[in-house]
Design a protein around this ligand. Structure first.
Ligand SMILES: C[S@@+](CC[C@H](N)C(=O)[O-])C[C@H]1O[C@@H](n2cnc3c(N)ncnc32)[C@H](O)[C@@H]1O
Length: 242
């Protein structure tokens, strides 16, 4: 049986598709996170190759990451060896952390909307479980309005012996965005995968957050703290565990 898309998609080639999602960007975002109450013991849910763990730790925040991708976690240890023992391979729907053990949690760069509505709610329930009362939760999502308005159906990028084709489409009446990637690697090998992300509005997520014990506090359109608008680059929700 083939693996779910969120296993196939986040192997080594993923990093070639998003080279700008780097440590420099994570450092800027970490400052915003810290200014909005992300401190103490923090869980980075779906930490990828650990760039926010690194950036938050550089600010003195005791951050622990969890991710399902052994390729990305391996890359994290190569790049940031002192994250060893602080990032763990696990499923975000069954977080490997004790109940009420975290002072904050973050889910960054569109790491939500992968598991169907029941699975997505299950992930939020897990976040609610590990947060202590008063803890902050930051959920950084695609902005659905902007994704729908700006969708580029096809693009190719190449350089340094690498070529990446991306085909994008909407499904479910615009509720999901699908990206099909063909990755021609430097060694000539070709791999393809798809990303399939449910686009959630704040209005859809607010009741779910409430259901898992997280009160909605604010929404931002980017890590500069600007308001959400149809054109804002992101949709960043800030909540607090009751
Ligand atoms: C878009 S990437 C973002 C990674 C990271 N937050 C960043 O900003 O670089 C989404 C991440 O979710 C991880 N992921 C997907 N499904 C997961 C699951 N069920 N449990 C834990 N991590 C998962 C992927 O392996 C990938 O690293």
């Amino acid at each position: 049986m083939s693996e779910p898309w969120f296993v196939e998609a986040f192997k080594a080639g993923y990093l070639d598709v998003y080279p700008h999602r780097d440590l420099a960007e994570a450092k800027r975002e970490a400052e915003f996170l810290q200014a909005h109450g992300v401190g103490g013991i923090v869980v980075d849910v779906c930490c990828g190759y650990g760039r926010h763990c690194r950036a938050l730790r550089d600010l003195g925040v005791r951050t622990f990451g969890v991710d399902l991708s052994t390729d990305l976690l391996g890359r994290a240890i190569e790049l940031y060896p002192d994250l060893r023992g602080r990032i763990v391979c696990g499923d975000a729907r069954a977080l490997p952390f004790a109940t009420s053990s975290a002072d904050a949690a973050v889910s960054l760069f569109s790491s939500f909307g992968y598991f169907g509505e029941a699975g997505d709610l299950g992930l939020l329930r897990e976040v609610g479980r590990v947060l202590r009362p008063g803890a902050a939760f930051v959920l950084d999502l695609l902005n659905p309005d902007r994704v729908r308005a700006d969708l580029v159906p096809f693009s190719v990028s190449s350089g340094a012996g690498l070529e990446i084709e991306e085909r994008r489409s909407l499904a479910d009446g615009g509720r999901r965005v699908i990206k099909e990637v063909v990755h021609r690697a430097r060694d000539g090998s070709i791999r393809s995968w798809r990303e399939d992300v449910r686009l959630y509005s704040a209005a859809e997520l607010e009741p779910w957050l409430g259901e898992v014990g997280i009160g909605f506090e604010a929404a931002f359109g980017d890590f500069d703290g600007s308001a959400v608008s149809p054109r804002s680059p992101r949709q960043i929700l800030l909540g607090r565990r009751r």
